[in-house]
Structures are given as structure tokens and as C-alpha cells.
Write a protein that binds this ligand. Structure first.
Ligand code: DGL
Length: 260
């Protein structure tokens, strides 16, 4: 099962699905509560743990990917305490970004909630490896990504405003930006076009996919091409069928949300 507050987790789903042939997936978007970035921590923990309880009982997944930095950076310890199945989280890829930065200037672009979390601050303390790391919290970018995907393009100026604080020029230029929200890779072409100079954007999805294979490998040793089925649940009850089709999730594969 791959879980997010909305469509961002699809960027993780497509990587995981590509390396797990023959696996059945359930994509769950808690879009009734989107965006998670604006929620109080205690409410977010309570909501995700309760929803996960319903989902696990109803669908019995082998593994859950929390394809959302905003949730992972606060909810993961609670989930691991409450349930016995493996959870793979999505947390800002600060370690590889800093390891690869030549100018030693890295920015982390996430929701306002993710960049404020102690979890993120601790990653910087532990893994900055001497790099100067700039945290940039974006209020709008996740919603802009949803809008773009749903066919309402966002203007250049609005997008530029969200990303420009990532580009620092004082004593060396930023050369690496961590995409610390799974929605942002949905905008990757636009972000590249609007960058004032070329930078490396780090999308953690391939690393998450490798982790899933490590954990599930022996359970799902089905040969490639032995296609599994992907179903989807949107807690609002309004699944965007056309968007899902672009990620290979065919219409008619959406299930009604349980109680929300
Ligand atoms: N996709 C989520 C993340 O990775 C965030 C979007 C939201 O604010 O709900 O952080």
C-alpha cells in the first residue's frame, strides 16, 4: 500500500511499481484532509494512525509506504508502535544531497511543516557533512502540483516565488535542492525551467523503491510481466480517474473509502 495526502505519492508509486512486477498495489490518498502541511502535529498523528488501522484491517497489506514527508517526519514512530507490518517512510534526502554537493550549498524544499520538524533538523545536524543547508518551507507548492495535474496550470511567477529562496548566492551558489515533498517531482520540468541556474534536484523515490524491494523481494518473486492490479482509494470519495490513468491506474479500480 502506498499512502499520501493526495497525488504526490504517485511519484513514489510509479517507481515502486516499476521494480515490483506482479505485485498488487493499493494507492491511498487522504485527500479529504489535504494538505497535511497545514495540520497540527497531534491531529495529523491521530488521523493517520486511525485511518491506517481501518486500511490495514480491510486490505491486509504486506507493507506500507508512507509516501509523504509531512506525515513520515512525525507519524512513523507511532505507526511502528501500533502495527507489526513494515512501514517505509519518505524523509528529506539530506545525506545523499550533501554528499554530492560540490559547492557545499544545499537547499531543502518541503512543506512548512516538514522544514520545521525536529526530525528534519536532526538530519541536518547528523548528515550535513560540512554543507550549508537552507530550509525552505513552501505554503503553496503541493497545492500547485495538484492543480497542475488536475488541468489548471499555475503561472510562472507564482511557481518562481515558491522556489527562489532555495537559490542562494552568498559565498557560493546552491547546486543541490532536496525535493522534500512527494508532490514536487510532479512539477520537475517546470522547476527546472524556472531555476535561475542549473541545480540537481533530488527526488527520493528511486531510493524508496530500492528499500521496498529489499523488504519485499522474497515475498513477491513473481516474474516480470506477470502484472499485478492497482486499486485506489481517495478519502474524499472523488478519485481523479484521468490523473490516475496517466499513472497506469485504470478507471473502475477505485474503491469507496471506508468510513471517511
Ligand atoms: N506529499 C506531502 C509530502 O510529501 C505533502 C503535501 C501536503 O501538505 O499534504 O510532504
Amino acid at each position: 500500500m502506498v499512502f499520501d495526502s493526495g497525488l504526490g505519492g504517485l511519484t513514489v508509486y510509479r517507481e515502486v511499481a516499476a521494480v515490483c512486477p506482479g505485485t498488487d498495489f493499493l494507492y491511498v490518498a487522504d485527500d479529504a484532509a489535504f494538505p497535511y502541511g497545514g495540520m497540527k502535529e497531534a491531529s495529523l498523528v491521530a488521523r493517520v494512525v486511525a485511518l491506517m488501522d481501518e486500511l490495514i484491517k480491510a486490505h491486509r497489506p504486506d507493507l506500507v509506504v508512507i509516501a509523504c514527508n509531512t506525515a513520515s517526519t512525525i507519524v512513523l514512530p507511532h505507526l511502528r508502535k501500533a502495527f507489526t507490518l513494515p512501514f517505509v517512510g519518505t524523509v528529506p534526502a539530506i545525506k545523499p544531497a550533501c554528499a554530492g554537493s560540490v559547492t557545499r550549498r544545499v537547499s531543502v524544499l518541503g512543506t512548512e511543516a516538514t522544514v520545521k520538524r525536529e526530525y528534519t533538523r536532526a538530519l541536518i545536524r547528523d548528515y550535513a557533512q560540512g554543507c550549508e543547508v537552507t530550509l525552505v518551507g513552501s505554503k503553496q507548492l503541493a497545492a500547485y502540483a495538484e492543480a497542475e495535474l488536475n488541468g489548471s496550470p499555475i503561472g510562472d511567477d507564482a511557481l518562481r516565488e515558491e522556489i527562489l529562496p532555495c537559490f542562494r548566492e552568498d559565498s557560493g551558489r546552491t547546486d543541490t535542492i532536496v525535493l522534500a515533498c512527494t508532490h514536487y517531482p510532479l512539477l520537475i520540468e517546470r522547476l527546472r525551467d524556472l531555476s535561475p541556474w542549473p541545480v540537481k534536484f533530488i527526488d527520493p523515490a528511486p531510493a524508496i523503491a530500492r528499500r521496498v524491494v529489499d523488504l519485499l523481494g522474497s515475498v513477491h518473486a513473481a516474474p516480470a510481466g506477470n502484472g499485478g492490479t492497482t486499486r485506489a482509494i481517495f478519502t474524499s470519495g472523488r478519485a481523479p480517474e484521468r490523473v490516475l490513468a496517466r499513472f497506469g491506474i485504470s478507471s473502475g479500480k477505485t474503491l469507496a473509502p471506508a468510513t471517511r
